[in-house]
Design a protein around this ligand. Structure first.
Ligand code: NAI
Length: 663
């Protein structure tokens, strides 16, 4: 009697007339495949089936692929991570999956992974446990190990297998940076054995690979030589230096532990496999990883603000080709949209178009893609494209009457259903909307400078703004690969409102005599991406001063900020502010300060920001505390490993209560 096929929910398993078992990942009720508990258990049943049927000669091989449009497998199901709260629990779950992957590797018949779309983290580790890997060259196909971004490293023996296949340099770089690879790059490294043109060729290629019993050859001898000592330790040292230039070990230990693992066991796969689990479990159970997973969930939460159906923005018209408008239009084009750019000043538009070309060259790989992008961005001094636009964004001078006049003109020309938005950072939305025939139409789309780099856009909801317009604006923001944060119209919205007291605290400390470099070092040690004084220099001290005043900060006449502004020392743009700037970099002092002192100062600098976050929450500026945390992390870069300002404060409060109770 033939071996019975198991009954599955998250997979589809069939055996064709040639004896090839096709295991298609298709998680029930989900648009993408991830490794949830049932999914993994069912993979166990598939493996058992192939073990039995393979022994009976009923099955010649196994192909693992996806039935989902979205792609192969995005890795572990992060939503289930919360149950991994202790090292023992992590180890228990990981070992079960490791044993399963080992059984796949040992199957007596060829096992082929056929990859289209995202193949990430645990998904790539599953593919690496197969005997042979084929991927298509589709634009949607991407492979990689993003684990470090979640405070961990690959824990399903992906460290060992990727090094065996790609050699230490390529594999470690991929794991340490979390960089997502195109199929051709993965093939060049050795993670993939064969490429096919499109997903339609995958099945045929997989069939052939099974019938011809193809097996990956592994890294060539010269790459394996790098695993020997003393080369391995030399490489580890280099990797540590490169990592240290990017992240601190006390904040982000995962890449450092990965380098330790490689250095200690790189030439002994069996010991490295065991050590991988031993080093992985404490990372997975750590506070930092829990917080980084929280950050990931917060980004998903913001994306969910945008309805997926209905509004499909394709054409954008931007008025104002200055710092913001030019970059907003260029970014929309990078994301595949058509954009027209309107300005009174032709020279400004010309400059913006030249800057856009630079951005296209950086963001888009091929000359063909860059040329196409150049073609999608047009100068439109008379606003002829307004009537075709799905989204119209104003980014002109910050003057109420000028904006009001422009909006009346735009409203008259726009098509029904298009989004009408302002990028204002300080004017009241209600005032700008007043002369409009339909004031409920106006939303704020508050981008941050530099547009290409900062992931957040505040979607501002004025008193009269219709909910529907806010939702459409959110859909637009996600369409240009940014995160929308819905905020109520108020001075500074959320991000500038909470940043200002923090920056003013830094100025106050400086005025009181705390050294400049000590202040910025303390903020870095806390986990901020940049010190507050350097940040102000970058933004421009005139702007920082004005925003501070608008938000009610009183700058004494003789404080360091006022003095610099008066002297025309406005920061990076004038070559001097709090720092002297040379070749785009601030000249820092090499002073070393006491670590405990820096910790205390860092906490004190951040305090006013936390207080303001509490006030913004109480004022209902955003929906809830998670939205405050998300906005402040993605808008200011607030130490992601701390899980967000309010999350951090709640934890501090809980610790204080616990130690008071213990005393
Ligand atoms: P900018 O001064 O660099 O550019 C403004 C552009 O608008 C100039 O090219 C000017 O010729 C043009 N313009 C003025 N009146 C016009 C009109 N009636 N029709 C067409 N074009 C006109 O200004 P920037 O910095 O780009 O700011 C623009 C808006 O974005 C402002 O509302 C500002 O508050 C806001 N914003 C600025 C940020 C920044 O960091 N610079 C950040 C977020 C928002």
């Amino acid at each position: 009697m033939p071996t019975p096929l198991p009954v599955l929910h998250d997979w589809r398993l069939s055996v064709d007339y040639e004896g090839i078992a096709w295991a298609l990942m298709d998680r029930e009720g989900e648009s993408a495949n991830s490794m949830g508990r049932r999914f993994t258990e069912e993979l166990g049943e598939i493996v058992k089936f192939v073990e039995d049927a393979g022994r009976q000669g009923e099955v010649k091989g196994l192909v693992i692929m996806s039935a989902k449009k979205s792609g192969f497998l995005v890795g572990a199901d992060i939503r289930e991570f919360e149950s991994f709260d202790t090292e023992a629990r992590v180890t228990e779950v990981v070992i079960q999956t490791l044993q399963l992957f080992d059984r796949i590797e040992k199957l007596p018949v060829p096992v082929v992974a056929a990859i289209h779309g995202y193949c990430l983290g645990g998904g790539l580790e599953l593919a690496l446990a197969c005997h042979y890997r084929i991927a298509d060259r589709d634009e949607a196909t991407r492979l990689g190990f993003p684990e470090v971004k979640l405070g961990i490293f690959p824990g399903l023996n992906g460290t060992v297998r990727s090094i065996q296949l790609a050699g230490p340099m390529d594999a470690m770089t991929a794991m340490l940076t979390g960089r997502i690879l195109r199929p051709a790059a993965a093939r060049a490294m050795g993670l993939i054995d064969q490429l096919v043109q499109s997903k339609h060729n995958l099945r045929w290629a997989a069939r052939k690979a099974v019938l011809q019993k193809r097996r990956s050859k592994g890294a060539p001898w010269w790459k394996q030589l790098m695993l020997k000592q003393p080369v391995r330790s030399y490489l580890a040292k280099q990797m540590r230096a490169k990592t240290a230039a990017k992240v601190r070990e006390d904040h982000y230990p995962a890449p450092y532990r990965l380098i330790d693992l490689f250095e200690q066991y790189g030439d002994d796969p069996a010991r490295m496999k065991a050590a991988e689990t031993e080093m992985f479990a404490p990372l997975m159970a750590s506070e930092a990883s829990r917080n980084l997973r929280r950050v990931f969930m917060l980004s998903e939460m913001l994306k969910d603000e945008a309805p997926k159906d209905g509004f499909k923005p394709k054409r954008v018209h931007v008025v104002g080709a200055g710092t913001m408008g030019g970059d907003i239009a260029a970014w929309c084009v990078v994301c595949g949209m058509q954009a027209s750019l309107q300005d009174l000043d032709a020279a400004q538009t010309k400059k913006a178009l030249a800057r856009a070309k630079g951005l296209f060259a950086k963001q888009l790989r091929s000359k063909q893609a860059v040329d196409a992008a150049v073609g999608r961005l047009v100068a439109d001094p008379e606003g002829k494209h307004v009537k075709h636009a799905d989204v119209v964004i104003e980014a002109i001078v910050e003057k109420l009457e000028v904006k009001q006049t422009l909006f009346q003109e735009l409203e008259a020309k726009m098509k029904p259903g298009a989004v009408l938005a302002t990028n204002t950072s300080s004017l009241r939305l209600e005032d700008i909307a007043k002369p409009l025939k339909d004031p409920g139409r106006l939303v704020g789309l508050h981008f941050f400078n530099p547009v290409a780099q900062l992931p957040l856009v505040e979607v501002v909801h004025g008193e009269g703004t219709r909910e529907e317009e806010v939702r459409k604006a959110c859909t637009f923001v996600t369409a240009i690969k940014k995160l929308p944060l819905v905020v109520k119209s108020c001075p500074g919205f959320l991000v500038n409102r909470v940043l200002t007291p923090y920056m003013m605290e830094a100025v106050k400390r400086l005025a009181e005599g705390t050294p400049r470099d000590k202040i910025d070092q303390a903020a870095l040690k806390f986990g901020m991406p940049m010190g507050p004084l350097e940040l102000m220099d970058m933004v421009g001290l005139d702007i920082a001063y004005k925003v501070g005043e608008e938000l009610g900060s009183k700058n004494p006449e003789d404080n360091p900020l006022s003095r610099l502004v008066k002297a025309g020392k406005l920061g990076k743009k004038t070559g001097e502010g709090f720092y002297v700037w040379e070749e785009g970099k601030p000249k820092r002092e090499e002073a070393i300060y006491d670590a405990a002192d820096l910790d205390r100062l860092g906490g004190e600098l951040i305090e006013p920001m936390l207080d303001e976050c509490e006030r913004a929450l109480a004022d209902g500026i955003v929906a809830n505390a998670d939205h405050v945390d998300a906005g402040v992390i993605f808008g200011t870069g607030f130490a992601p490993f701390r899980g967000g300002p309010l999350h951090y404060r709640r934890k501090q409060d809980a610790e204080a209560r616990a130690s008071a109770a213990a005393a």
